[in-house]
Design a protein around this ligand. Structure first.
Ligand code: PLP
Length: 438
């Protein structure tokens, strides 16, 4: 057994080569130790009067990971009614879950929602329609809800991840707040939690401004608020040169501001945060194989064709995201490690693509969706090609049946160094099970 490691998190190479006789690639491997470490960072986040970090489960909804993360003390931030159902199926009680959704449940979904709230689910009202749907039902569950405010400004690494500016519609916009407040008052609804989430991967300075702004909202409009929820968007450093959010510094800032708020109002606000990316991003490794190597002529490029691309990780295609790469031979020799320095002359300019019939199915794209090259060592066909930083918004967000590929398997690398299967590979029959013949 090799004791080699790759990357900034020292992921053991033998966990990759061990897969060879277990399952066909591609597969995801998640590092339990890393996830637990990230959970602890948030459980220990500085705070004034208590903190509850809630894992944003849309980042990774795998049952075993939800169980692991909640066992460390975190709650759940769910983005849909089905996410609540899924977390509950994983054994997580409703009382640990906050629902913040764009959906406006009606019919049987509304009936389910009322029962879930009655059993402890915290419902974060995100629109006037949602408020009007739930208000007539308060006698059956509770009259205390959260409210998500659209602050009019946002943050995020790209337009599609900014959730706070006028080009997105998450939450009740400040201009609609008077309507929401008067409706709530007339109908006996109380907002005891106030929530703002401004976007993913955001800038710490903007995050700090959000703390100030949100406490201002509570001061001005929410006399019954007991909890302030600052949302997620804590940046993780995936690539060399990236800097992760300083959770401790942000916690200290929030703590100071919540204490100032108490001095002014005599109210002790509890704090909640909703990290998704930060908890799981760097715990995840997508293990693929180099299936083919092709050229496109004298003035063209050299392409590595992997056996898993956009259908297992669509972040590069959606966002132009850069992930660290590693190349390992079937025997466990590390050919390339994104976090090691190499003599430039030994590196080649390569393009990395997947196996889908889609020219954008590439891991080397820039922000404008243009194919670019990345410098790395030349692999051989059959080598493992590992994509790091693949724990968040990869498995949970992929169009996995595109080109009729199967959803891939997932393993947890446990604290005792064993690979535990946490999701089987989808069977071919499962792709077509709901289809009917002509
Ligand atoms: C997506 C989301 C999060 C998590 O964002 P990250 O960037 O993954 O930390 C938190 N809260 C809400 C409401 C979200 O929609």
């Amino acid at each position: 057994m090799s004791d080699k490691t790759i990357g900034q998190c020292n992921f053991p190479v033998n966990a990759i080569t061990e897969l060879a006789d277990k399952e066909v690639t591609p597969v995801y491997i998640y590092d339990q130790k890393r996830i637990e470490n990230r959970c602890e960072v948030f459980m220990n986040m500085p705070n004034a009067f208590g903190i509850l970090p809630r894992f944003a489960m849309k980042a990774n909804s795998s049952r075993a990971l939800l169980q692991l993360i909640t066992s460390k003390g975190l709650g759940i931030d769910a983005s849909s009614l089905n996410e609540v159902r899924r977390a509950h199926l994983a054994g997580i009680p409703y009382s640990k879950i906050l629902l913040t959704t764009q959906e406006a449940p009606t019919g049987s979904d509304l009936e389910d929602l009322v029962v879930m709230i009655k059993n402890g689910l915290k419902y974060n009202v995100c629109s006037l329609t949602q408020l009007k749907n739930i208000a007539p039902r308060i006698n059956e569950c509770t009259n205390k809800f959260g409210i998500r405010i659209h602050p009019g400004v946002g943050s995020g690494e790209s337009a599609t991840r900014n959730t706070g500016d006028k080009y997105s519609c998450f939450g009740i916009h400040l201009t609609d707040l008077p309507k929401a407040l008067s409706f709530a008052k007339d109908n006996g609804v109380i907002f005891n939690l106030v929530h703002v989430h401004i976007g993913s991967g955001g800038d710490p300075a903007v995050w700090k401004e959000n703390i100030d702004r949100e406490l201002g909202f509570i001061y001005d409009y929410f006399p019954d608020a007991e909890t302030v929820n600052f949302g997620g968007g804590f940046k993780e450093a995936r690539m060399p040169g990236d800097t992760a959010a300083d959770v401790e510094a942000l916690g200290n800032y929030a703590k100071e501001k919540i204490i100032e708020f108490q001095a002014k109002t005599d109210r002790k606000l509890k704090m909640e945060v909703e990290p998704g990316t930060y908890i799981v991003a760097n715990s995840g490794y997508l293990v693929t194989k180099v299936a083919d190597i092709k050229q496109t002529g004298a003035d063209g490029f050299t392409f590595l064709v992997l056996n898993g691309g956009m259908e297992v990780n669509s972040r590069p295609l959606l966002y132009g995201s850069q992930h660290p790469f590693y190349i390992v031979t079937p025997e466990g020799e590390v050919v390339f490690d994104q976090f090691k320095q190499y003599d430039e002359s030994s590196l080649k300019e390569l393009i990395v693509v997947g196996r889908c019939c889609e020219s954008g199915d590439s891991y080397t794209l820039d922000d404008n969706h243009t194919i670019i090259t990345r410098d790395m060592k030349m692999p051989s066909i059959g080598d493992y090609f590992i994509v790091g930083g693949a724990g968040a918004y990869c498995s949970s967000m992929t169009p996995f049946n595109y080109n009729s590929h199967q959803q891939i398997a997932e393993y947890l690398l446990t604290n005792d160094g064993k690979l535990k299967l946490i999701r089987s590979r989808q069977k071919m029959e499962q792709i077509v099970v709901n289809e009917l013949s002509l």
